[in-house]
Design a protein around this ligand. Structure first.
Ligand code: SGN
Ligand code: CA
Length: 531
């Protein structure tokens, strides 16, 4: 045996020994670990596992391939902070009190992280939280103040503010990996909330992905030029790609000459100024030629709408690529550290998002694209690879599901249902309807107050406060919700039935017109609107 062979052999033995030691150190806890990954405004249309073919998210797709994909995942209130409050508490907005982005969140109430912490879990909250006050229920928190910034992001680490250099998505991932590797006590089961800001407005990509979609042309959805006939609430929106999307703030047309004067130019300038000179140089090299080309073309009407749509898609999807990379890094960490088998990984968004459907960006409406949200879950011990769930599941269900997996009692006042059995293929029955509420009006994007019910096939919506409007959709015949059949005699029986369903939901969850009035009063007072 020659000498170098012996060296290689002993190195191999040594590395095997080390690995073995590392595995031993990670004594697999009995209770499963939970990694709850959430992004902000990530449309299911922009996850390749959902099959829309506009981008590739190989790492997020891994969760579906190795576990389950939910085709009918929904939120209860399609807006950021309320959605997070629902996820933490397992209770509807009108019960947990966080009905809109403005109302305060009461951290003193129960949340599933507190319960897991009390039952021996190590808990961490990393990234966007959008709920004021020190997060309760977490041994470690490192969260964004408010909406956060894409470049040179500020974070609040256990109550102390600091600014990190670099790009937010990578910074958030690094903080998560650092907690997993260096901060948690490795002999305890853990819960980690790893919540990205991206792809929230104003869709600023990471330098390395600026050019990712620059050669691609996107065809808008069939109802991009919607006329909103029969849908007066939708007609009053302020979230149109043509009408409301800001050329500078949203679409990065910050020309050095200052010719492109828009309402939010100053706001974007501030975001741009956070970049380092090196980052600005890469940024300018990409956008300057696009700005010059745009100025030379003098686009109008339909052409301008399509140009804006393409610019929007390029930036929005680029920010998602960094999110997908982060998911890959976390999944790899779990695998390399022997944690894969005993860890539940969930990927979701705080709500869905319009990618040009009805001509829109943003969310808020109970129409499908913003009501729905992506949900992908893997847990090798219990969930078969390639599972597809078509039942109606809501973000209300996360809290009880996590408690169920952890073997902890689910408090009676939690309104969601654990989907543990459902995803294992063992549920004998499941709900046939889901309930929705939205409150943030008068406000940005001008989406009227409404609530409604959805069953497998139909949806009934009631817009109220400064309008009285009912809408009924047959989702089987009209999946894009272009035709309101509320007054169509052919749907008289369906209409009656859906009204009954709605009342059933409101009674079940404890919602009422009185609560709506109370929430409206609070909102108008907080916003200083005379009433
Ligand atoms: C900001 C955005 C809106 C967005 C809300 C809520 N405007 O106000 O476009 O709807 O957040 O988003 S911006 O000019 O500040 O970008 S949420 O995800 O936090 O609910
Ligand atoms: Ca959001």
């Amino acid at each position: 045996m020659n000498k170098s062979y012996l060296v290689v052999l002993s190195l191999l033995l040594l590395s095997f020994g080390c690995k073995h030691e590392a595995e031993k150190k990670e004594t697999i806890p009995q209770k499963p670990n939970i990694v709850f990954i959430m992004s902000d405004d990530h449309a299911y249309q922009a996850i390749s596992a959902y099959g829309h073919g506009i981008n590739n998210t190989p790492n997020i797709d891994r969760i579906a391939n190795e576990g389950a994909i939910f085709n009918r995942g929904f939120v209860t209130n399609s807006i950021c902070a309320p959605s997070r409050a629902v996820m933490l508490t397992g209770k509807h907005s009108f019960v947990n009190g966080k009905v809109d982005n403005i109302s305060p969140f009461n951290w003193d109430q129960d949340n599933f992280a507190k319960t897991l912490q009390q039952s021996g879990y190590q808990t961490a909250m990393i990234g966007k939280i959008h709920l004021d006050g020190l997060p309760q229920g977490f041994d470690y928190s490192n969260v964004l103040p408010g909406q956060g910034q894409y470049y040179a992001p500020d974070f609040i680490e256990n109550g102390v503010k600091k600014t990190y250099p670099g790009y937010i998505t990578q910074v958030t991932t690094d903080i998560a990996l650092d907690w997993l590797e260096n901060k948690r006590e490795k002999d305890k089961p853990f819960l980690m909330l790893y919540h990205q800001k991206a792809p929230h407005r104003t869709w600023m990509p990471e330098e390395k992905y600026l050019t990712l979609f620059s050669d691609k042309t996107f065809d808008p959805p069939a109802n991009f030029f919607d006329d909103y006939e029969g849908r007066p609430a939708a007609a009053k929106h302020e979230m149109g790609i043509l009408k409301d999307m800001d050329l500078v703030y949203d679409l990065k047309m910050l020309d050095k000459e200052g010719d492109i004067k828009t309402r939010y130019r100053g706001m974007f300038q501030k975001k741009y100024d956070r970049m380092t000179d090196a980052e600005k140089e890469v940024w300018d090299n990409y956008y300057d030629p696009i700005i010059a080309d745009f100025k030379a073309r003098n686009l109008e009407g339909r052409e301008l709408a399509l140009w804006k749509y393409n610019r929007y898609m390029q930036d929005y999807l680029s920010t998602i690529q960094s999110v997908d990379d982060g998911v890959g890094e976390v999944l790899d960490y779990l695998k390399e550290n022997g944690l894969e088998e005993n860890t539940i990984v969930v990927y979701t968004s705080d709500q869905g998002f319009y990618l040009g459907e009805h001509g829109w960006f943003d969310k808020r409406f109970m129409y499908e694209e913003s009501f729905r949200t992506p949900i992908l879950v893997k847990y090798p011990k219990e969930i078969k690879a390639g599972t597809v769930i078509d039942e109606l599941v809501q973000n209300l269900d996360f809290a009880p599901t996590f408690l169920d997996y952890a073997g902890v009692e689910i408090s009676k006042d939690i309104q969601g249902e654990s989907f543990r059995k459902l995803v294992k293929g063992e549920a004998s029955e499941w709900r046939d309807a889901i309930y929705y509420t939205y409150y943030e009006f008068p406000g940005e994007h001008h989406v009227k107050r409404h609530y409604g019910v959805r069953t497998d096939r139909y949806k009934l919506i009631h817009f109220y406060y400064d309008m009285e409007q009912w809408e009924l959709y047959d989702l089987e015949k009209d999946p894009s919700e272009m035709s309101n059949v509320y007054n169509d005699p052919a749907y008289a029986i369906v209409k009656e039935d859906m009204h009954k369903q709605l009342e059933k939901m409101r009674t079940k969850y404890g919602d009422s017109d009185e609560l709506n009035k109370k929430n409206l009063e609070h909102y108008l007072t907080a916003k200083n609107i005379e009433h």
